[in-house]
Design a protein around this ligand. Sequence first.
Ligand SMILES: [Cu+2]
Length: 183
Amino acid sequence: MNALLLTALLATAHTNVGGTVALSNGRAAGHAVVWLEGASGAKPLHGVVIDQRDRKFIPHITVVTVGTKVEFPNHDTVFHNVFTEYHSEKFDFGMYARGKSKSQVFDRPGLAVLLCSVHSEMSAYVMCVDTPYYAVADGKGHFSIPDVRPGTYTVHVWHESGETYSKREPVESGAALTLRTHR
Ligand SMILES: [Cu+2]
């Protein structure tokens, strides 16, 4: 599980932590979630929506901060029965039709897996973090976390494949940071 390679470059002072995440097989860790634990000041986000369209959850991967309420509207022509697995608890929103919406507050850090019991191919992830410093990498694994205050953080990475990364790292302004992890 612990075999991600993270190469992070700290660009300029006080500032931007960015880099590239790769999987253990060398491929890009597209849409990996990267966050820096150990920073205070995270506030709940507003207006977070995970849409249901064309039998998909959009977006597929969402990061929220603790206390964020997420809306799950159905804009599809068919019914969906959305449920999540979150801290080993199952939240079932029941069947609901086009135009209806359900919501859930994510009150603890952790990963929630979103599924539909009608359409097994539907899935999405919500990563709840307790930090203002996080990013979702693009399809090539590139990420950027702006405005990071220098300090020592635990850098976490999660990828849909199940690979994860976790390491305490000093983040200094103006310094290049390369993180490697081996199984
Ligand atoms: Cu569905």
